[in-house]
Design a protein around this ligand. Structure first.
Ligand SMILES: *Cc1c(COP(=O)(O)O)cnc(C)c1O
Length: 387
């Protein structure tokens, strides 16, 4: 008998389980150390504040930032909202133009739509069949009125990694700010805000084995100094940029989660690269085609198209044993083809016949083999039914 436990989770782009080492670090902050980090009149508040600042330092170090450049939020969605709305508002005298791209997460796209409703001008750059923007086109799209460029670091559906460093350089050469949604990148691939010319960066704990409901926005403090307008008002926490009582257990967990990734990311990625390659070799036998870039991709991502087979059918046939996703989990309530796959130039058939697999820290080789074979058998079955 095997030691497999079902269902096997392979949807780590949607969320990740909390690492037990992270949970252990968090637990005292729910009961014993429950202080409000802003209540500095007693040791409860003081201790909470010290723990928050320790976590902030760990997070800053992970991305080569300074501790005062990290603002805690409820997650990458809020960080994206703050970055886009707050920056466009703050620098409205400079201009009203924002450049982003068609394959962004809805947290960026829907915020851009909201800004459009407020009269801002938005450019949604197209992408090539691998999910990359054209840097020449980006350069040509920059005008006197451009305030901000927002391009994601790594795509949550197809795993394509953007040329962040070059995009940041281009933005800076033109005197434009650069924001990146790095929810899928921080803790998964090396990110250095200095080297990559990043001015604002959104990221989230629950994508890196931390808890849900806590995220951060990196905001550059020098060369140039950036300060978005707040979108949430109140007690003036986080230098007035994001009011609200700090989520101390969440912040402590976030710090621990990123500290772990610093030590373990490289080894983990070697494993993921090997496993995604092995899985794809099996899928290729069933005529699977890779969606996204072949080399510039997240090591734990696999997005595969099976011509003529509905992704829902594959997922349903393995669902009692395997948890994988049809495109983006954030939009699976609605049966809409993935906006990312359509933006790559694929038709609706391809968008409806692709599956996304996201490997994670606790997956084992045994699970990889089981899932590859389960999906392969399901494809053979479904092909038979069709014939
Ligand atoms: C998950 C995700 C988000 C949303 O993050 P939350 O912390 O869940 O709000 C935004 N952008 C990308 C690319 C993501 O993968």
């Amino acid at each position: 008998m095997t030691g497999l436990k079902f269902p096997i989770y392979m949807d780590h782009h949607a969320t990740t389980p909390v690492d037990p080492r992270v949970l252990e670090e968090m637990l005292p902050y729910f009961t014993k150390n429950f202080g409000n980090a802003s209540s500095l009149d007693h040791t409860f508040g003081h201790d909470a504040s010290v723990s928050v600042e320790n976590a902030r330092e760990k997070i800053a170090q992970t991305i080569n930032a300074r501790h005062d450049e990290i603002i805690f939020t409820s997650g990458a969605t809020e960080s994206d909202n703050l970055a886009l709305i707050g920056t466009m508002e703050k620098y409205k005298d400079k201009g009203d133009h924002l450049i982003t791209c068609q394959t962004e997460h809805k947290a960026v796209l829907d915020t851009a739509r909201h800004l459009e409703g407020l009269g801002k001008k938005i450019t949604y750059l197209p992408v090539n069949e691998f999910g990359e923007i054209d840097l020449d086109l980006l350069k040509k799209s920059i005008t006197e009125k451009t305030v901000l460029i927002s391009i994601m670091a790594a795509n949550n559906e197809i795993g394509t990694i953007a040329e962040i460093e070059k995009i940041g350089q281009m933005a800076h050469d033109a005197g434009v700010l650069f924001h990146t949604d790095a929810a899928q990148a921080v803790g998964h691939i090396p990110i250095d805000v200095e080297k990559m010319n990043i001015d604002l960066m959104s990221f989230s704990a629950h994508k890196v084995y931390g808890p849900k409901g806590i995220g951060a926005l990196y905001i550059r403090s020098r060369n140039p100094r950036v300060k978005p307008e707040p979108i949430i008002f109140g007690g003036g926490q986080e230098r007035g940029i994001r009011s609200g009582t700090l989520n101390v257990p969440g912040i402590v967990g976030f710090g621990k989660a990123l500290e772990i990734t610093r030590n373990e990311m490289e080894k983990e990625n070697e494993r993921f690269k090997k496993w995604t390659k092995e899985m794809f070799e099996i899928f290729a036998k069933a005529d699977g085609k890779l969606n996204g870039h072949h080399t510039k991709r997240l090591p734990h991502n696999l997005n595969v198209y099976f011509k003529g087979v509905e992704s829902k059918a594959i997922i349903n046939s393995v669902s009692s044993k395997v948890a994988i996703s049809a495109g983006s989990a954030c939009t699976t309530q609605v049966v809409e083809p993935s906006h990312v796959l359509l933006a790559l130039g694929f038709d609706e058939e391809r968008a409806h016949s692709s599956i996304r697999i996201g490997l994670g820290r606790f997956n084992t080789k045994e699970e990889i083999d089981f899932v590859s074979n389960a999906i392969y058998s399901s494809l053979i079955q479904l092909a038979k039914i069709k014939v």
